[in-house]
Structure formats: C-alpha cells, structure tokens
Design a protein around this ligand. Structure first.
Ligand code: ATP
Length: 471
C-alpha cells in the first residue's frame, strides 16, 4: 500500500497541489492547486459535467455561494449542522468525537482485536446523542492520541458553518454563511429552472461549486478540508418512485467511477444505518485511501424534505403541476453528492504506480501515474531525439500544431529516457519523438505510457491516433 506522504510529496514536487499560503506557514485545511493540479481538477469536473448534463433530463446551474440566511434555517443547517466535539483536558487537543472513536476502532482492527472493534462499532452506529459518544470514549478508556490521557471534557455540539457579514454593519441582521453544501442553491432554484428550461419530473439539476465547513479536525491531505468543491445533482421525481430512482443512480454513479479508471477492488458501498433527518435511503461510495476506506460520494433519497421546508419558510409554492393528468405534487429528490477534491485525491491515489523496469541494461524504478487519458493533465509530450540536425525545429512545429487540440508539453532536456520518466510521473499518456527518420519520411514514434510500447505513425495521423485512444 502506498503511503499518503508519497502522494503529497509528488503532488507538491510536480505542481499538483500546494499548501495554501505556504510562505506564511500554511493555513490548516486549505490547499491550492498548481499548474498540473488545475488541469486534472478541470478534467475531472468536466468529465462529471459531461456525464451528468449531456443528456435530456438534466440541466445545470451555478448558484451564489452566499445565500439568504433563511435558506440555512429551512435546510436544518442552523439547528443541526454540527459535529460532536470533545476536548482532552491534558493536551487541550480538540477532536470530533465520532472520528476519535472510529480511529480507535481502526487501531483495534490493526491489532486484530476484531471482536472489541465490532462491539464498539455497533455502539457507534447507534449513537445519537452527545452523551452516547461520551459514554463510549470514557467507557472504553479511549486515550488522547497526543497526550495519552483519558481526561475528557463533555461532548458538545460545534456548528460547522462559517459566518460572515453582508454590508458595513456587523450584527445579527447582517449575518450570512458560506454555504456548507452546494445542494441548497439547487433547491431554491427548483421552480426557476423547471419553468425556464421547461422540465418536468423526472428531471435533475446539476451543479459544481465550492462549499465551506469549519471542520474540527482537518487531515489526510485533501480528504477533509475546510474549503472544498462538490459536484452535486438533485433529481426531482414523483413521490413513490424513489426506490427505483435510488437504485438507478447508485448504478450510474458507481459505473462512472469505473469509467474514470477507478479500480473496483478499491471501491465499496457503505449503507447508512443512521439516516440524516431528511433521508429515507442513503449509501456512500467509498474508496480505499492509503489511510483506509473513506466516502467519496453519497447517494441519498431526500424525500420532499428540502422543497417542502423551503416552501414553508418562503411561502412560495414549490410544486409541480401536471395539467394534463390533473396532478400536483412536491417532488421527491434523489441526490448524488460527490466531493471534487476528495475524488481528485482518490484519482491521485488510484493512479499511482511504481514498477521495476530495465532500460539500457540498467534496472530502475519508474513512477507512473496511470490516469485515465481523459483526466491526465497533459495529454501529449513532444521531444526531438537530439538537439541538432533540424530535429528540434521539426518537433517544435508538431508541438505547436497539436497544442491547439490537447494540453501538450515540449521537452528537449536530458536523455530521452529521463524525459519519458518525467512524463510518466505526471501521467502523460502519449510521448511523440522526432528522430532522424522523421526528417526523411515524416513519421514519428509515439510511445504509450502504460505499455511503454512504441508505434511508428505518420505525423499527419498523430491527432487521430490520440483521439481514438483517449476515451
Ligand atoms: P463526512 O461524514 O466525511 O464529514 P458528509 O457525509 O458530511 O462527509 P456530505 O455532506 O454527504 O458529506 O458531502 C458530500 C460529499 O462532499 C462527500 O462525499 C465528500 O466527498 C465531500 N466532502 C464533505 N465534507 C468534506 C470536507 N470537509 N473536505 C472535502 N470534501 C468533503
């Protein structure tokens, strides 16, 4: 199993992800995407957008991050969007109580103490009140990972929404929140979208956008951050049809990850035993990160909770009126809610591979990011075999021509093997080399990242060759 540190250091070295405000010592829970990271991120979002909205029944929106504060009263976030927090009196370290217990369970499993782990897990799954978490932590004498002490405070609620103010006066009436999920921007626009785009249930609204949560503990790189992006789709359906649509979206979303090259052996379902206040069915798709399985996307059947609640709080009707069948109803909703940054990180972990190869009689280890060609930040690299005899000029022209169609790099420095290695490490699926023969017959070699095999093809066919293989 690869180490998370290996991924983090490759991400930094090659310009995928940097710590936010690094020159000031960084800010916990915030990350910046570098030149290659932003390409991968955009490709990932674009792949989702194409999958979800290039179809008849789903359209997109891009809603504001700051919404009317009543939104968050109606959604239940003001009252309920909190995590159970506990402090260790000795170290003063602060933890999310359920995560502290989960980590303890994981430690027990690592030591093969599975019976005890199962016993605690059953209690954790049933825990509803702060008191339940407290009883588990003190009852099993779970210690603080920093101090090793069992001196704990009570478990309290901590609301995760970031607050700020609109306008010059900082008081209650001007308080707003940075949205903790993008879904509500879809719900409040339900009627606008349905009427303007002339949609009728079953139909969906998709959105990709930032969300903010003042997480108690941030950790594991991009897995739990305070600013992140979500790709969410809310599918509006007739009440009573939710079980079928829930199954449909489970299958669609699982298959999308497979289509993006995710290894099925690293994926699993997690069925929610404890349902959120709005849900009647809920599952997560989990991915096996270097630190264990973690959620990357949730598929939830949210009933009419959101639309009905916004209807009550706003006084505006949010129902579908079917004039043909003389029917009217507040639609039920199936939601698919994926984390972009978590998915991005899953793709980094999924793609990472090390393999022993022999080149020029020497054995070496090649690090290769096996991204799906659609997701790879750079599609193609072009090299002159040597920097003379007209090869650089020829190669540079190919580079300029193909840059119009694909993210392309041009590299002249170092031995050809080194140049391949640099591209392998960022996951470039194709490398074109201009050699002596090119100047005679206008053919090049094109090397495939995964097989390392080369084809010789005419220069005029490079674009077509790549297009055929990219999907
Ligand atoms: P968790 O239990 O891990 O806090 P959640 O169940 O609250 O997550 P949802 O509210 O269902 O998560 O959010 C949908 C998706 O948004 C998650 O599947 C995840 O990919 C992403 N996500 C949620 N919180 C974070 C975060 N703090 N950092 C990065 N991604 C996040």
């Amino acid at each position: 199993m690869i180490k998370l540190d290996t991924i983090i250091s490759l991400a930094k070295r090659r310009g995928f992800v940097f710590q936010s405000s690094e020159i000031y010592g960084g800010l916990n829970g915030f990350w910046d995407y570098g030149p290659l990271g932003v390409e991968l991120l955009n490709n990932y979002k674009q792949a989702w957008w194409r999958e979800m909205t290039y179809r008849d029944d789903i359209v997109g929106v891009d809603a504001a991050i700051i919404m009317h504060p009543k939104t968050w009263v109606a959604s239940g976030h003001v009252a309920q969007f909190s995590d159970p927090m506990i402090d260790n009196k000795t170290s003063k370290a602060r933890y999310r109580a359920d995560n502290l217990i989960e980590e303890y369970i994981q430690k027990l499993r690592n030591k093969n103490k599975n019976d005890l782990a199962n016993e605690i897990e059953t209690k954790l799954n049933k825990a509803e009140k702060n008191e339940d978490y407290y009883n588990i932590i003190t009852g099993y004498q779970i210690t603080c990972p920093v101090s090793g002490s069992t001196e704990w405070t009570e478990v309290r609620n901590f609301n995760l929404m970031f607050k700020t103010f609109v306008g010059p006066v900082e008081d209650e009436s001007s308080t707003v929140y940075l949205r903790p999920e993008s879904a509500q921007g879809i719900f409040v626009n339900f009627k606008n979208v349905m009427d303007s785009a002339r949609m009728r249930p079953p139909f969906g609204i998709a959105q990709i956008g930032k969300a903010f949560r003042n997480e108690i503990n941030t950790k594991n790189f991009l897995f739990r951050t305070r600013e992140f992006e979500q790709m969410e789709m809310q599918y509006f359906i007739k009440p009573g049809s939710e079980k079928d649509w829930f199954e449909y979206w489970k299958e669609q979303r699982w298959n999308w990850y497979l289509k993006m090259g995710m290894k099925e052996s690293k994926m699993k379902w997690k069925v929610h035993e404890k349902l959120a206040h709005y849900a009647n069915y809920a599952v997560d798709i989990e991915f096996e990160f270097p630190f264990g399985f973690g959620e990357i996307e949730g598929i939830h059947s949210r009933t009419d909770f959101d639309l009905s609640s916004h209807q009550n709080h706003s006084g505006k009707k949010l129902e579908y009126v079917d004039t043909v069948n003389q029917d009217r109803f507040v639609p039920y909703v199936i939601e698919t809610s994926g984390g972009v940054s978590r998915g991005f990180m899953a793709m980094l972990c999924n793609a990472y591979d090390e393999e022993k190869i022999t080149e020029d009689g020497k054995e070496e280890t090649r690090v290769v990011m096996r991204f799906h060609p659609r997701l790879a930040p750079i599609t193609l690299a072009v090299f002159p075999l040597v920097n003379k005899d007209g090869m650089p000029e020829y190669a540079h022209k190919i580079y300029k021509d193909l840059q119009k169609y694909f993210p392309t790099q041009y590299d002249t420095s170092g031995a050809i093997g080194r140049r391949y290695r640099r591209q392998d490490e960022i996951g470039t699926p194709f490398c074109v080399t201009v050699d002596g023969q090119t100047l005679e017959d206008h053919s090049v070699t094109i090397r495939n990242r995964d097989s390392m095999l080369q084809d010789r093809i005419p220069v005029s066919k490079i674009k077509e060759y790549i297009e055929e293989r990219i999907d």
